[in-house]
Design a binder for this molecule. Structure first.
Ligand SMILES: Nc1nc2c(ncn2[C@@H]2O[C@H](COP(=O)(O)OP(=O)(O)OP(=O)(O)O)[C@@H](O)[C@H]2O)c(=O)[nH]1
Ligand SMILES: [Mg+2]
Length: 659
């Protein structure tokens, strides 16, 4: 029970690795059968990369001092026998802190100085510049050294109010307006963002944990509130039993945890949000009976659930501190009382369930498509064998001159076929032109263009009361852009459909009209982003928006997010396009091969009387082989599509061994 989160995550990791291995095996096999065309290859590679490199982000968000960092210590780092992430009374974690593992880098802490806020570049852009970060190596076997290093995330510095404002802290400072000292100085965080790279088993498997500081610091980093938190797979919101749900808890919940509207395309929100009612040990009062404490706890859970509009089962009572102590001291009873195991179980179940669902959906769609694509080639091969067989049978008992004339006929056919290449080339040229236009629509240039007006509006000095309107118009235009891209896709599809029909009629190909190219994710994502950002343009943020640097960061963060979304649509287009045109290549190749075989067969038959019989036997064998290949393909696809697909043992061996 104790390692439930770890165990579940481990199982998920094994599942993914097994899956990736199976996909890899399938690819090798297809290659050996000469069935791996560009489209299938691309599809499998993407799927493999998605399954292997899958990251899962869990964000801990709450008002300061609710115990976020302590909870992270208790869940992930108890085996170090001490507290690793700094957790103490008052404000502690001063900058957003991401924990993960990147094997390319050394274990260590990287810190981005707060001064980088003077530039309008987004956090995403800074991530790519290694030299902007200060690096501190950590010794993974030395808990004390790790704790000492991680203490840096609590560092602050005093600056003038003007400076604090330039960095986006408004007149709040990092620690509330009360902290302007008698010299007029404000305390602000020393760092803007921290990245901890640690070879923890869970982090190695793709888990990323995001610890955040209390309210003001969260609000000051648009990237965090508009990109990182909304994209986290799970958000843990922490309340403290000794304070109950305060006004500022509610503000954070409403502004940063609870997305403004139901998110299209996602399962219900409550599945990805967990509320922790922490510090329940403060209720373990020696004067009250156990029953009284339980009753009070239940009341508090119900009250919290009501205020946050969450089901009460998703408000989990926990004592992070006692959980940590219990794990370190191997005190089973205290651990149960801390509620930590129940929470870990829920968290693991949520995250893994969600990720597995997403991955399985991707796998299902791609494997089915791949199977169809491969089947198509197999069908062509089969038809070709049938034709060859008919041709050979018609030659039975015929004399040499009949065979020679047949050979000439095949050669003539071959020449005629070569001329189809020019026609196909013409189709390709038109197609490429149309495709380029589609990629242009989805490219970063056109997003930049659509954002120009909003950028202008936000970059003006002073209060930006008109920003909301410009914002709505901008999204209207972005939606139009998406619609245009969709229309262009439909046009391409039509063009290909018509050209394929012509090629089929003229040259006897069996080109299938390409599947519909739909970009439903694009529209849904746009809607999500629009809803997610609206709040930052409201009156509540008017003051913050009057800071030029803040506005610039906001628009950069928005542009970055939009680019990702449009890029992902462009990727879909790319895959679709490869699938459509790979058919052309495959059929040309098969046809060329078929001509060569037919001519070779005629030569053999002319050379020796036994040639015909031999050739017919060969074709029969090839036909049987084809049937076997088809069966293997179906088996492999079925295996990949099975809901609980690869278990560790079978995953170790290439799937074909099973056949
Ligand atoms: N009694 C009790 N104290 C706790 C518990 N969890 C955390 N604390 C204490 O609460 C204080 C704040 O904990 P942190 O983990 O630093 O809180 P945080 O939410 O990370 O706060 P910031 O980093 O400032 O945003 C520390 O002194 C912890 O020891 C708990 O379950 N019970
Ligand atoms: Mg903290």
């Amino acid at each position: 029970m104790q390692a439930s989160f770890n165990e579940q995550f481990d199982r998920h990791g094994a599942w993914r690795r097994g899956f990736a291995q199976q996909l890899h095996g399938l690819r090798e096999w297809l290659l050996s059968q000469d069935l791996l065309d560009a489209a299938v290859q691309e599809r499998l590679q993407r799927l493999e990369a998605q399954v292997r490199g899958d990251k899962v982000m869990v964000a801990f968000v709450a008002e300061f001092s609710r115990g976020k960092s302590e909870l992270i210590n208790a869940i992930f780092f108890a085996h170090y026998g001490r507290r690793l992430m700094p957790a103490s009374a008052g404000r502690t974690t001063m900058c957003p802190t991401e924990l993960g593992w990147d094997g390319e880098l050394q274990a260590g802490l990287r810190l981005l100085p707060i001064e980088t806020r003077e530039s309008a570049d987004s956090l995403g852009q800074w991530r790519a510049r290694a030299d902007a970060w200060q690096q501190f190596p950590i010794d993974v076997d030395n808990a004390q050294q790790i704790a000492d290093t991680l203490a840096k995330v609590t560092e602050v510095q005093k600056v003038t109010q003007a400076q604090a404002e330039a960095w986006g802290f408004g007149q709040h400072g990092a620690a509330g307006s009360a902290l302007v000292d008698d010299k007029g100085m404000v305390e602000v965080p020393r760092w803007r963002h921290a990245l901890i790279n640690m070879p923890h088993p869970l982090l190695k498997q793709g888990l990323v944990i995001l610890d955040t500081p209390g309210l003001n610091a969260v609000g000051a980093e648009p990237e965090l509130t508009v990109n990182l938190i909304p994209q986290a797979h799970a958000v843990v919101f922490v309340l403290a039993a000794d304070t109950g749900v305060t006004q500022s808890d509610l503000v954070i919940w409403r502004d940063h945890v609870l997305p403004p509207e139901a998110w299209p395309g996602r399962q219900s929100l409550s599945d990805s949000r967990l509320v922790v009612l922490n510090k329940i040990d403060t209720l373990w009062d020696s004067l009250s009976s156990g029953q009284e404490v339980q009753a009070q706890l239940l009341r508090q859970r119900e009250e919290s659930a009501r205020m946050l509009s969450m089901p009460v089962e998703r408000v989990v009572p926990v004592s992070a501190q006692k959980g940590l102590v219990a794990k370190i001291g191997s005190d089973g009873q205290l651990l149960q009382a801390s509620g930590l195991p129940v929470f870990e179980e829920l968290l693991a179940h949520d995250i893994m369930g969600q990720r597995q669902q997403v991955l399985q959906a991707a796998v299902a769609a791609n494997v089915r498509q791949m199977e169809l694509e491969v089947q198509r080639v197999l069908n062509i091969r089969r038809r070709d064998l049938d034709d060859q067989m008919a041709e050979l049978r018609s030659l039975r008992g015929k004399n040499a001159s009949v065979i020679a004339s047949m050979r000439r006929r095949v050669e003539a056919e071959q020449q005629e076929f070569d001329s189809s290449a020019a026609k196909i080339q013409a189709v390709r040229t038109v197609y490429m032109r149309m495709l380029r236009e589609l990629f242009r629509l989805l490219g970063s240039g056109s997003i930049k263009l659509e954002l120009a007006e909003l950028r202008d509006a936000l970059e003006q000095r002073g209060l930006k009361l008109g920003a909301r309107k410009v914002y709505a118009e901008t999204f209207e235009r972005l939606r139009n852009l998406a619609a245009k891209a969709q229309a262009q896709a439909a046009e391409i599809q039509q063009m290909l459909g018509a050209s394929f029909a012509e090629l089929n009629a003229e040259f006897g190909f069996s080109l299938q009209p390409p599947a519909n190219l739909e970009l439903p994710e694009l529209a849904a994502d746009l809607q999500r982003i629009e809803a997610g950002y609206t709040q930052y343009l409201g009156l509540g943020h008017a003051l913050k928006l009057s800071s030029e640097a803040y506005s610039q960061r906001l628009i950069k963060a928005l542009a970055m997010r939009l680019r990702t979304v449009f890029e992902s649509a462009a990727n879909d287009v790319d895959l679709w396009s490869k699938a459509a045109t790979a058919q052309l290549d495959a059929q040309l190749k098969e046809r060329k091969r078929s001509f060569a075989r037919r001519i070779e067969a005629m030569d053999r038959i002319q050379g020796a009387a036994s040639g015909l019989v031999e050739r017919i036997a060969e074709i029969e064998a090839a036909d049987a082989q084809l049937t076997a290949t088809h069966m293997q393909l179906r088996k492999a696809a079925a295996l990949l599509l099975a809901p609980s697909a690869p278990v560790q043992d079978t995953a170790r061996q290439p799937f074909l061994m099973v056949v």
